[in-house]
Structures are given as C-alpha cells and as structure tokens.
Design a protein around this ligand. Structure first.
Ligand code: ZN
Length: 73
C-alpha cells in the first residue's frame, strides 16, 4: 500500500538542435507569408509584373485565408 512518500520524479532533458529550430522557423515564416499575405510578390521574382495581375497564390489560398482569418480584401 502506497503512503504517498515513495513518488519518483523523472526529469528528462531534451535538447533540440538550434539548426533545426532555425530551419523550421524559416519554413514557418515563408509558408505563412505565401499562404496569408502574398499578393504576387513571390511569383514576381520569376515572371515579373504579370504576377501582380494574375495573383496566383492569392487565388489559390483565398478560401483558406478567409477560413483562417487573414485579412484578404
Ligand atoms: Zn478574400
């Protein structure tokens, strides 16, 4: 029968590599921008001003933006 005095506490020390944190943060930032805020900026690097007219990523993620509450239009 336990009287409550024989508790054992195990503390685990987990260390995450700083490089993994930096890479995941960069992926998070890039994806958040592409999904939530891009108005043609990303594709304009490749196709120029035409990207601002086509607004491909905006149209692709439009419903997702509304569902997540990003400001859209
Ligand atoms: Zn919208």
């Amino acid at each position: 029968m336990s009287n409550g005095n024989n508790r054992q506490v195990i503390r685990a020390e987990i260390k995450y590599p700083i490089l993994a944190i930096v890479v995941l943060a960069a992926i998070f930032a890039f994806t958040s921008f592409a999904l939530g805020y891009d108005q043609g900026q990303l594709f304009s690097i490749v196709v120029g001003d035409r990207a601002y007219e086509e607004n491909f990523l905006h149209e692709l993620f439009h419903d997702t933006r509304h569902a997540l509450g990003f400001p859209c239009h």
